[in-house]
Design a protein around this ligand. Structure first.
Ligand SMILES: CC(C)(COP(=O)(O)OP(=O)(O)OC[C@H]1O[C@@H](n2cnc3c(N)ncnc32)[C@H](O)[C@@H]1OP(=O)(O)O)[C@@H](O)C(=O)NCCC(=O)NCCSC(=O)/C=C/c1ccc(O)c(O)c1
Ligand SMILES: O=C(O)CCC(=O)C(=O)O
Ligand SMILES: [Fe+2]
Length: 363
């Protein structure tokens, strides 16, 4: 039984916090709603996994690029996108043509879903969900992690509008679908620019599958946290996607690792912008030219935060490896051919571990 006092310090030695949060589906939001005063020990990260101010650079000059897409067909914009993908692995886009209302709606829908009673959310957990394509969960891989992460999520794998309408939670379904639809054109355009930079002239059917054959949308919820400095919202990782399109709210907390050194740069929230990052699959397809960069999210002591990433992926049965156009000039392949679903399963089997997943595909 969970303690029921409104405000108290829990004794995480005697109370089974993990069972309450993970198995009973209360999530970290369930803990936050109890107004706990101290962080349960299960969430205390080792020192090296916490972000301290000495690791972080706060300098306008050191921010990831912000790219204005209002002139997307310009070669100049193409170059900016490819350059950002090579040098930073992360950038923000503005003037992309997607109405801001679509963003507001999906953020509201995220708050609405996580405000549901635990019992209702738990209908979508690994144990109770009627489909593998809809999953409510907490942390990343609680069964494999030494310390849990301060995040709840709903993960929705898109198959068709019909399936989404039938199976995704009504509290957020329509807004999540709308957000996916409205980003389609931008995703295609970004991919075309990125492919031009790799000498790929045309995105045919096979390439379309490899680059954007499947999509998954996650709704992330990071409740206000006691002792945020002792834990993390999301640990160090790179995404396994080709591209990730991330909508964050105005709270902030996402940090990316600067290529070539050990410093972490904040990704400042910009109203109306989307954050774009290269995932492992595109790093592999580009034979390392485009960089899938390590990133992480801190916990926040004052505010709840939401974010909504769309992971653009190959199809699970696609085989990924360096593209033929990239190797044409005689460049040596650094990655082998791997079945994408094997790669993803490898990622999901372990706790977040920075950039180590990509070793799975190294020659
Ligand atoms: C994902 C898989 C491989 C699942 O295969 P399937 O045969 O259905 O296996 P499964 O038994 O359901 O899942 C395998 C394990 O992954 C875990 N898992 C599956 N889906 C998810 C999910 N959405 N979130 C977390 N864990 C998951 C399960 O918990 C399984 O482990 P276990 O509980 O059995 O120990 C398959 O559906 C697939 O290939 N999908 C298409 C591609 C795809 O969806 N790619 C994902 C891109 S996501 C991406 O790029 C980043 C994701 C991310 C990053 C940081 C976070 O903090 C985070 O939460 C998520
Ligand atoms: O919440 C964020 O800003 C980023 C989340 C993230 O990295 C992920 O879900 O893969
Ligand atoms: Fe990520």
């Amino acid at each position: 039984m969970a303690p029921t006092l409104a405000t108290f310090s829990i004794d995480s030695n005697t109370w089974d916090v993990k069972s309450f949060v993970v198995n009973e589906g209360h999530g970290v939001k369930g803990l936050a709603d109890m107004s706990i005063q101290t962080l349960p020990k299960q969430y205390i990260q080792p020192l090296e996994e916490r972000i301290t101010s000495s690791d972080v650079v706060v300098d306008e000059e050191q921010c990831i690029p912000v790219i204005d897409l209002s002139n997307l067909n310009d070669t100049e914009v193409d170059n900016m996108i490819c350059n950002a993908a090579e040098k930073w692995g992360f950038f923000q886009i503005v003037n992309h043509g997607i109405p801001i209302k679509v963003f507001e709606n999906v953020k509201d829908a995220t708050h609405r879903f996580f405000a549901l009673p635990a019992q209702e959310k738990n209908n979508y957990s690994k144990d109770y969900s009627c489909t593998n394509n809809v999953r409510f969960g907490t942390s990343f891989t609680p069964q494999a992690e030494k310390a849990l992460e301060w995040k709840d999520y709903l993960s929705l794998f898109y198959v068709s509008d019909e399936e989404a309408s039938a199976l995704w939670p009504p509290a957020c379904r329509d807004e999540a679908i709308e957000f996916m639809k409205k980003t389609e054109l931008v995703i295609k355009r970004l991919m075309e620019s990125l492919m031009r930079g790799l000498n790929v002239k045309e995105i045919d059917e096979e390439r379309e599958s490899l680059l954007m054959g499947s999509k998954r949308i996650n709704l992330n919820y990071y409740p206000k946290c006691p002792n945020p400095e002792l834990t993390v919202g999301v640990g160090r990782h790179s995404d396994v996607s080709t591209l990730t399109i991330l909508l964050q709210d105005n709270i902030g907390g996402l940090y990316v690792k600067k290529l070539g050194n050990e410093t972490w740069l904040p990704v400042p929230p910009i109203s109306g912008a989307l954050v774009i990052n290269i995932g492992d699959a595109l790093q592999i397809l580009s034979n390392g030219r485009y960089k899938s960069i390590e990133h992480r999210v801190i916990a926040n002591g004052s505010n709840n935060r939401v974010s909504v990433p769309i992971f653009v992926n190959p199809k699970p049965n696609d085989v990924i490896g360096p593209l033929q156009e990239v190797l044409e000039s005689g460049e040596k392949a650094v990655y082998k051919q791997v079945l994408y679903s094997d790669y993803v399963k490898h990622f999901f089997r372990k706790a977040h571990d920075g950039k180590d997943t990509v070793d799975f595909a190294k020659i």
